[in-house]
Design a protein around this ligand. Structure first.
Ligand SMILES: [Zn+2]
Length: 108
């Protein structure tokens, strides 16, 4: 509901789940790049388009005919601002754990 959340004990669990998802997506990205090299921007465009498609799918699950009852209400305009900020944050500050460290593993 509110976009301005107060930190809660759930935040640590949520962050851990996010880290798991980020690692899975990163591994999948580099596996495909290893098998099927392509221009850098073509790959990144596909990844960004996929995030958009995932948003559409998740939002559909929360619409009038959706099956999720968690209470989240998609707000595409505001949510896109958040996603753009996360994209910029990913460029500026690699998460600890470090995605850059996975690149050599992806190429090995
Ligand atoms: Zn939900």
């Amino acid at each position: 509901m509110s976009r301005h959340r107060v930190p809660t004990p759930h935040d640590a669990a949520e962050r851990a789940a996010q880290t798991t998802l980020e690692r899975a997506l990163t591994v999948a990205f580099w596996q495909v790049m290893g098998r099927q090299p392509m221009p850098a921007m073509a790959a990144l465009e596909a990844a960004a388009r996929t995030v958009g498609a995932l948003y559409r799918q998740v939002a559909a699950a929360h619409g009038p005919t959706g099956h999720c009852a968690c209470g989240w209400e998609p707000d595409p305009e505001a949510d896109l601002v958040v996603l753009e900020a996360m994209l910029a944050a990913g460029l500026a500050h690699p998460p600890a754990g470090d995605l850059a460290a996975m690149v050599p593993a992806g190429r090995a």
